[in-house]
Every structure is written in structure tokens, then in C-alpha cells.
Design a binder for this molecule. Sequence first.
Ligand SMILES: Cc1ncc(COP(=O)(O)O)c(C=O)c1O
Length: 417
Amino acid sequence: MDLRDMKDVILEQAKKYNSFYLYEERGIAEYTGRLKKSFPRTEFLYSIKCNSNPEVVKCVFSQGFGADAASLGEVRMARKWGLEKEHIFYSAPGKSMEDIRQSISECTLIADSVGEVQRIWSVAEELGISVNIGIRINPEFSFYDGNSHPSKFGIDEAQVYELFSRGDGDGRVRITGIHVHLRSQELNGDVLAGYYENMIALAKRVQAAAGSPLEYINLGSGIGIPYGPSDRPLDVEGLAGRAEELFARFRRENPHTRILIEVGRYAVGKSGIYVTKVMDRKVSCGKTYLILKNTLNGFIRPSLARLVCSYGGAANGCPAPCEPLFTSGDAFEIRTLKEDGAEKETVTLVGNLCTAADVAAENVTMPRLDVGDVVIFTNAGSYGAVLSPAQFSSQERPAEVFLRESGEVAVREMPVW
Ligand SMILES: Cc1ncc(COP(=O)(O)O)c(C=O)c1O
């Protein structure tokens, strides 16, 4: 997103809102379009959890994406915004009976445990229906090795074969697809290509155990975006070339098996910024503070990154990423709309919450800002609004502004308390 093109929109919206997200349709169309063009025979699902703003979701769906829904609420959103049940996959641990009851006819359920397969069976029996479901598998490989690892997600691969060896009972619940998601934010195309190879091998093992071809293989996500200055963007076209060849070989023997990839951040992460305003300035014992609107409670990632890195300590370096809460200490830029030649000062950016943890950046040198000026955080299109603890201290919440390619804006104002 080029801030120079956005300056007028940002200033216009800043007259009305003290903090807001700005999402750009053009960027979302560019990123989603690149995936569709690079992987022409693969289906994509949008991981709604990363940004459930209605305009954003509708925009991604309009590019031909289905839905990776992580709750009943997200299943409902996907249905409301036009997707057929064949394009909605509901995968999350710990679904309640009511979640299953309400979603069973609205989407494809992906069972996260053996117990959940049983619970889906109970609901199907209660409703007098038969269902095809998928299972999430915890496979005997990771992105980086060929071992099994304990996980709260999915059914251990060995248990999957036991499930099939028991047969499908009365046929009320048939397992016809698989889902795996092991990690996010991978920028190394070789690692992703190796993961896809492992996934195709897993699909073949599962098919052999099931005795019939799978209807779909959901490869989960992993596709990352560059956040900090040292991140090298993933070569999506190069990865897609290798992956499509691999998938084509599989399809020769399994022409009806759908291959799906989920993405959240790649679709929308680079196409959003967070804009907040300077509400106050003060100097305390020689240190200059700019007090901003809704930092930790509006866009939590900068404050959280600072906090996490401070625990790493100089000796330990920065702790490992823990997506989607923490990527790295430099996972966003802090920008202003002041000219390059403006007077500079060193400031600490804090928010207006009653906690000392509400610090977005410490001792950063930037153009001098006064009360009312804006501060902009980049890379805020995914895991921004949805992750931030907006209820804390009942502040008014950031608005969400969606900028259409036509230049029109659609604003989502959040209700006041
Ligand atoms: C199961 C699953 N799929 C997809 C995603 C989306 O990941 P990303 O935003 O990195 O594409 C997540 C993120 O947590 C996930 O848990």
C-alpha cells in the first residue's frame, strides 16, 4: 500500500475518527489475483479469522475464494455473503454440540478429534441425516522434519488409520476429506514445496486406508508475507509452478479430488494500515511521550511485540515467532504524513490505556508531531482488529474504512459502549 496515494483519504477520515483501520480493495484484489493466476487448478479458502470485516470478506470471496471458517459465526458469515456449503470448511478444535447442530447442513465439517467424529455422528442421528465430513490430521511430519509432534490440533495420523480400519459403521458419517495446517508465515518456497509433497504422500496413505479416493485435500496455510526489512518475499509464482506439477501428477490418478489451500494474511495482510492520532504530548524527566488513541486496545501487535522482545532480553535475542500474536519486533513500520525534511525528535509512543504495557514504540526518531497529527502502522490488514482487546477500558473502538477501487469508502463504525 503506497501511503502517498492514501494521504487524502487518511486525512479525510482522521477528521472523523481518532483511530481507524484502512483496508484497500486494490491491494486485496492484487494479492488474491496473484494466487489465483499462479495456481490455476488449486482452490483457495480465505481464513476469515484473520480479518472478518464484511467488506474485506466479500472482496476476497468475489475473487473466487471459499471460506476457512473457525467458528459457527464464520460459517454464518460465509453463507450470508453468498458461499454455497461446498465452499465452506469449518475446522476448529472444541466445537460444541450446538455448533455442530447449527452448521452441519451449512458447510463441510472438519472433525478435530475422534470424540468429535462421534459427536457429529450423534447429531446426524438426531437429525436423521447422513453426512460426509473431513478430519484434521496431525501428521507424522512437520515443516522441518519427518517426525510426529504432539498437538492440540487434529487426530494423530496413526489414529486415523485405526478409524478407517473400524469401517464406517452404519454409513451415517463418512470421512471423505482431510485437512492439515501446521504453521503460518513461511517465506521459504523450498520448505512449502516439501510440505506439499509430504501432504500428497499423506493423502495417498489415507486413501489406501479408506479404500476410496478423497473428495478433497486441504493443505492449510503457511504462505507468508514480508513484514520486516530483512524478510525476503516468497516467490509465489515459483512455488506455484512446482506445486501445480506435483498436484497434476496426483490428479492423473485422482481426477476428482479437489486440492485446497487456505490463506489469511497473504490475501489481506499487506492491504491494511492502522491509523491513530496524537491525543497528547508530554515530557517526563527529559523523555518525550506521544499519547496515541487506541494502541494496545486498537492494534495490539506493536505493543505485544515490544513486550515479547523485552522478555527475550539482549542476551537471548528476540523470542521465536508465535503466530498470529507475535511475528517479530520489526513486523510493521511506523509512518507519519510529515515531509521527509520535517524537524525530527526522539519519542516514545504510548496509548491511552491505564497500563504501563501500552507502549507501541520506545525512543524512536520521527518527524515532530503535534496533538491531532496521525501516526500510521503498516502491515495491519490481518490479525489487527480481530486480535485487539477492544473491550479493555471501554474506549470507543477504531472504525474500519474500506477503500474501493472506485475511490468510494465504506465505513464500519463500531458501536459505542
Ligand atoms: C487452520 C488454519 N488455517 C489457516 C490459517 C491462516 O493462516 P495465515 O493467516 O498465516 O494464512 C490459520 C491461522 O491461524 C489456521 O489456524
